[in-house]
Design a protein around this ligand. Structure first.
Ligand SMILES: [Zn+2]
Ligand SMILES: [Zn+2]
Length: 685
């Protein structure tokens, strides 16, 4: 079993943290990483630290550069000019997922669409396979599966080809297969590949341009306020009996992707709202009312036949950012040759570390030393790409370096990807991530499929990097997500200082199952602290008593002539065998239950079962004492065995305390670390 850990260190949060603390981002990141490593170490996490990494180290981000070039070769990364969400405050483009209700995910200011050259990741090539594979997943919990369905945004329906002007056809989609005759107009995404053909009218073209270059204020994206452009053109309805006005609107994208849809007001609320706006004349249109004859489509000779179809909201997204704290994109611009990929043997393209961002613009573009270079193809003076990769792109491969021994990291990527270690460790048995990680996991699954088809991960036939997945909920405090921004963070250092690492670990596990929000409260900490303190004190006192009992009996046996003492030392009459049998049964049940809990990652339940076992051990002693006044040697041995078992099972939860007890019980033959009961050690070959 390999527990891997890495720091996803590029990106806006680190850049802003550096700005706030007046450091360079690289200093800030290494300071944070050492602090966090020390915290995790203190809490006794058993990550393989030799394999841990910081994604902003040049030896690591060359992976992203290699991946970029590899996907570029395969046509899965492409340069496009398109509408991108832009935040004026953050001076950066945003992925669709970073826009929440028309607001920037980070600063919560309104976002607008602008047109800009961007690098894109073509996820659309694998969206349908990501959908299909979901049915094969066994060890994915409900939350993680739901996140994958949400990112897909699958809509089932029908599509039909409507004759368009110039003899071509436009394929339109609707989820309402039984209501084609109720269609009243057609909505086309401004990102639709054929949209230009509908914007030949100068006024329509102007409005489309306006919409793309910032005319769309994203304060509200709902149907009441979203921009609509009436092209003045129309298409015949599927039955051929009616003319459907042709409108361009981004309302399509967020629901069906960059496609064209039949609008059916009687079935769809958004369509109904737009129909009302049309009727009220509140739609940007000049073509329809102008004297210029609108282009009319021919009526179909035969009604087109609808066919079953699926649309996905998941779509290609931009992976480049106009910020300096990120992986440099390995591209050089030459006047003669255009955009030229940096040859792989010249990787990494190193990010200068002396850049101190201020929060405005892109300081990387102002570094002549970085920007000025020569063209790899013709040797002429050329300029480096100054956009960097979004840290979302770095995250696409984060699970791979963990499989590679640290000493192999300096090798070429081709050699690393050929290591048998990858076949040994992949697919990951389980990825455990926060419940907001659905997009990361979705895109990681896509890139695995791409690398399967390209070659390096061909051994993963289904293209899935994770055999299992568990999404944990967030820690909340006073009803809100715990975050530095809200100032309601509980400082783990202070808790560890006060209660010890084992109490903090146990309290986190005890308070909630991973799939539930953990409402942080001090009572869980106090309860767990009391439990561990009692286990410790009780175990040590009973161990002392047991030793005294044995010593006393041996003393009595060795000195039969000693007078007076003999009567007191007479072995206790043993009448409690049935109680010991019951204790043995309780122990057996506890091992069974806690093991099951561990396998199901129901750790809160495991902690409860350990607490219950401790209560039963104490109960056993109480009953024996009530019955015969004191413990017989057999009782004492049974009690110590049960306490040792409890210490053994506490190992993964409270490792520091468990190990000390394990040694105190004299059971460290297999090493100081407590093994799991019933599991024999296999020495790895
Ligand atoms: Zn912003
Ligand atoms: Zn050139």
């Amino acid at each position: 079993m390999l527990f891997a850990f890495g720091y996803d260190a590029f990106g806006l949060p680190a850049e802003l943290g550096a700005i706030a603390s007046g450091e360079s981002p690289s200093d800030y990141v290494s300071r944070c990483a050492s602090h966090m490593t020390a915290q995790l170490d203190r809490l006794g996490f058993s990550f393989d630290w030799e394999r841990s990494f910081v994604s902003s180290d040049a030896i690591m981000y060359r992976w992203s550069q290699w991946l970029f070039l590899t996907l570029l070769d395969a046509g899965l990364v492409y340069r496009g000019t398109g509408n991108v969400d832009w935040c004026d405050t953050c001076q950066t483009t945003l992925a669709t997922i970073q826009v929440e209700d028309g607001l920037c995910w980070r600063c919560h200011n309104p976002v607008r669409l602008v047109q800009r050259p961007q690098w894109y990741l073509r996820v659309s090539a694998y969206v349908a396979e990501n959908d299909r594979r979901l049915a094969e997943f066994e060890n994915w919990d409900e939350n993680s599966l739901a996140s994958q369905r949400f990112v897909l945004g699958r809509v089932d329906g029908v599509e039909v080809d409507l004759p368009a002007p110039g003899g071509s056809a436009l394929t339109v989609f609707t989820p309402h297969a039984d209501a084609l005759e109720l269609a009243r107009f057609v909505l086309v995404s401004p990102k639709h590949p054929d949209v230009e053909a509908w914007a030949t009218d100068p006024e329509v073209a102007r409005r489309l341009e306006e919409l793309r270059s910032g005319g769309l204020e994203r304060g509200s994206r709902d149907a009441e306020a979203i921009p609509l452009i009436d092209t003045g053109a129309w298409l015949p309805s599927p039955s051929g009996d009616e003319r459907l006005p042709m409108l361009i609107s981004p309302v399509v994208d967020g629901r069906f992707g960059a496609t064209a849809v039949l609008a059916i007001p009687e079935r769809d609320h958004a369509d109904e709202v737009i129909a009302e706006r049309l009727a009220a004349g509140a739609v940007a249109s000049s073509a329809r009312s102008s004297s210029a004859a609108p282009s009319a489509a021919p009526s179909p000779a035969v009604a087109p036949v609808p066919r079953a179809a699926v649309r996905y909201r998941a779509d290609d997204f931009s992976i480049s950012r106009q910020r300096s704290w990120g992986t440099p994109i390995p591209i050089v611009y030459c006047d003669a040759c255009g955009a030229v990929p940096v040859p792989r043997e010249q990787l990494p393209v190193v990010l200068p570390l002396d850049i101190t961002p201020t929060g405005a613009g892109n300081p990387l573009a102002e570094s002549r030393e970085f920007v000025e270079t020569t063209c790899p193809r013709c040797d002429a003076p050329a300029r480096r790409e100054t956009d960097t990769l979004d840290c979302h792109f770095d995250a696409l491969w984060l699970w791979i370096p963990a499989c590679v021994p640290a000493e192999a990291r300096a090798e070429s990527l081709e050699d690393i990807l050929a290591l048998p270690d990858l076949r040994h460790w992949l697919p990951c048995e389980r990825v455990v991530a926060g419940s907001d990680s659905g997009n990361f996991v979705f895109d990681q699954r896509i890139v695995t499929k791409a690398l399967r088809d390209i070659g390096p991960l061909a051994f993963l036939a289904d293209g899935e990097p994770f055999a299992g997945c568990l999404f944990h909920e967030m820690v909340i405090s006073e009803g809100r997500k715990m975050s530095k921004h809200l100032g309601n963070v509980v400082d783990p250092d202070a808790l560890v200082e006060r209660f010890g690492a084992d109490t903090v670990r146990l309290a986190v596990l005890y308070a909630a199952r991973p799939q539930r929000s953990l409402n942080w409260s001090d009572s869980a900490v106090l309860r767990c602290h009391r439990f561990l303190t009692q286990v410790w004190e009780y175990s040590l006192s009973r161990l002392t008593a047991a030793r005294e009992l044995v010593d006393g009996e041996e003393l009595a046996a060795g000195e039969p002539e000693a007078d007076g003492e003999n009567a007191e030392r007479e072995p206790v009459k043993d009448t409690s065998e049935h109680l010991r049998r019951r204790l043995a049964k309780w122990c057996e049940t506890a091992v069974e239950k806690v093991t099951q809990d561990m396998e199901a990652i129901e750790l809160h339940s495991a902690v409860r079962n350990l607490m219950r076992l401790f209560e039963r051990i104490k109960d056993f002693e109480k009953r024996v004492l009530a019955r015969q006044g004191q413990l017989s040697r057999a009782d004492s041995e049974a009690l110590i065995d049960a306490l040792a078992l409890l210490a053994q099972m506490l190992g993964p939860f409270a490792p520091h305390l468990a190990e000390e007890l394990w040694i105190a019980f004299g059971r460290e033959e297999n090493g100081a670390q407590t093994p799991w009961p019933g599991v024999s050690f296999r020495v790895p070959a």
